[in-house]
Design a protein around this ligand. Structure first.
Ligand SMILES: *Cc1c(COP(=O)(O)O)cnc(C)c1O
Length: 521
């Protein structure tokens, strides 16, 4: 394949396609982008170094003695490469991103400005504490907000994502049980749980057992009570759950678990649906992670940064991880192993080497302070309103398995019921790409056949929601009419439908130079 000077190459039509009809990979300025290695010449460099006398070395004799084949590009070449790539991607800054459970809301630019302040952005975790007092104060103040908003007793700021927070919570539960000499081996997880919950419990050494859901998509309280016993360390419950529904029996669940000597872990990734309205501490929860990157709008996705602080009940607080920030007079200290016991109790240890995700902390606090307590309540209310607007607007178009049991919380759940012969949720999702939208979360939660979980978030206007609903209605009607052309979607994207099985089974993760450079003498 030839690569032209500016680094892109036109895609060839697939076998059997004519360029004019179905070949869409190169529309307008949608270019096929080559790899940096294919654009860059390993002999060139984007940086001019001052000449040095022949035979001299800047590196004290440590110069490399052969090429390592890195692509060399000038600054504009590199900038254009990444800008062209970014145009092939979809982002929250381009349009509505309805990925259920992921909370892809707008990231206010004010947060970005604050996060770039050099007193926060340019500090190092090993700096002396008296030079980072402002950063410690920020962590402390953010922690206070999280404790206040959740009605809990304390917070561990160090976990770096939701799943990491789950692990933190379960390690604290395990330590609390060990401290009373209680060996319990089972964690109960509802069928509708996020996949990270059973994975975390298994990783922490527990046996995972399912709790069934009722026909209304909630935890089956009676089944849970029947299963509780001296071997159950705790339950992990998502509230609102992954069907987008509030668990109305949460207090009864917590009481039953506590009575049986266990602890209640709440997956609080969906806190954006209830912030300012419900305090998990009032529901008897012992530990809950909060995804700052969801509820408090720090940018995420594509494996980007996260932050998963964990709030604890009074019972679990002594077992929380180290280090933690403590205000001592007008000074902020980091409490570490040496002094932990006198301050805290019996911590299970550390989650991370340093103290967490500073860039996420600054963004989250900026978001919280710019909204205020009332604004945060409105975030939850608008998120729920928007999801219900989508749910009801698609009445009679898409099957909503729990739509009959009243309003949803922050996300609307649909199934593939009524789709024409051979058509699936995947076909509908791919067709949505052609309509200009990122697909919703698919095939999750597992309790619903062909599930489609739509989370619009509160930052979408009614006009944006109407446009999305129109697109969804159009593809849903095609699916119900059995329109087999959906099978070919997407046809307007830079790439046609990918073989996801092949991509998972035989991923090509390393670029190999077709003509490897000769090692220099
Ligand atoms: C996102 C999410 C998680 C995992 O959070 P990560 O930050 O991706 O580790 C766990 N549970 C639920 C319900 C989620 O939505």
């Amino acid at each position: 394949m030839t690569i032209n000077q500016s680094g892109w190459r036109p895609t060839a039509p697939e076998a059997g396609e004519t360029k004019a009809s179905t070949f869409t990979g190169n529309r307008a300025l949608m270019l096929e982008e080559a790899l940096l290695f294919e654009i860059g010449d390993t002999d060139t460099t984007g940086v001019d170094f001052a000449a040095i006398p022949a035979g001299a070395s800047r590196l004290g004799g440590l110069d490399r003695n052969r090429t390592i084949g890195l692509a060399g590009l000038s600054e504009p070449e590199a900038v254009r490469h990444y800008t062209r790539l970014s145009r092939q991607n979809y982002a929250i800054d381009l349009g509505l991103f309805p990925l259920g459970s992921c909370t892809m809301k707008h990231n206010p630019r004010l947060n970005e400005k604050v996060a770039r302040m050099s007193g926060f952005a340019d500090i190092h975790p090993l700096q002396p504490l008296d030079t980072v007092q402002g950063a410690l104060e920020l962590i402390h103040v953010l922690g206070k907000w999280l404790v206040k908003l959740t009605g809990m007793h304390s917070v561990a700021m160090s976990p770096k994502a939701g799943a990491h927070g789950e692990l933190c919570g379960l390690l604290a539960i395990r330590s609390a049980l060990e401290a009373r000499g209680d060996k319990r081996e089972v964690i109960l997880v509802p069928e509708s749980a996020h996949g990270t919950n059973p994975a975390t419990a298994a990783f922490a050494g527990y046996r995972v057992e399912d709790i069934p859901a009722t026909s209304r998509g909630r935890v089956d309280l009676e089944a849970l009570k029947t299963r509780l016993g001296p071997d159950v360390a705790g339950v992990m419950i998502t509230n609102p759950n992954t069907c987008g529904l509030f668990e109305p029996d949460m207090i009864a669940i917590s009481e039953a678990v506590h009575e049986a000597g266990g602890f209640v872990y709440c997956d609080g990734a969906n806190f954006n649906a209830i912030v300012g309205r419900v305090r998990p501490g009032d529901l008897g929860i012992d530990a809950m992670h909060i995804n700052l990157h969801k509820t408090f709008s720090t940018p995420h996705g594509g494996g980007g940064p996260g932050s998963g602080p964990v709030v604890f009940s009074e019972a679990l607080t002594p077992f929380a991880p180290l280090p933690f920030v403590e205000k001592q007079g007008d000074h902020y200290a980091l409490v570490e192993e040496e002094t932990a016991e006198e301050h805290h109790g019996r911590s299970f240890g550390r989650m991370v080497a340093f103290h967490g995700q500073m860039g996420m902390f600054t963004r989250a606090l900026s978001y919280i302070l710019s909204h205020g307590a009332d604004g945060l309540r409105q975030v939850a209310e608008d998120a729920v309103l928007n999801a219900n607007y989508i749910l009801r607007s698609l009445d009679g178009v898409l099957d909503a398995p729990f739509g009959g049991s009243g309003p949803c919380m922050h996300e609307a759940l649909f199934s593939d019921k009524g789709f024409g012969e051979g058509l699936t949720t995947l076909d509908l999702a791919k067709a949505l790409i052609d309509e200009g939208f990122h697909p919703m979360t698919m095939y999750f939660p597992l309790v619903v056949h062909g599930a489609m979980l739509v989370e619009p978030t509160e930052t979408e206007s009614k006009a944006a929601l109407d446009q999305f609903i129109g697109a969804l209605r159009s593809v849903a009607e095609r699916a119900k009419a059995g329109d087999q052309s959906l099978k070919a979607a997407p046809i307007h994207a830079p790439r046609r439908r990918l073989d996801e099985t092949l991509a998972a089974r035989k991923p090509v993760l390393v670029w190999k130079d077709p003509e490897p450079a000769q090692a220099a003498e």
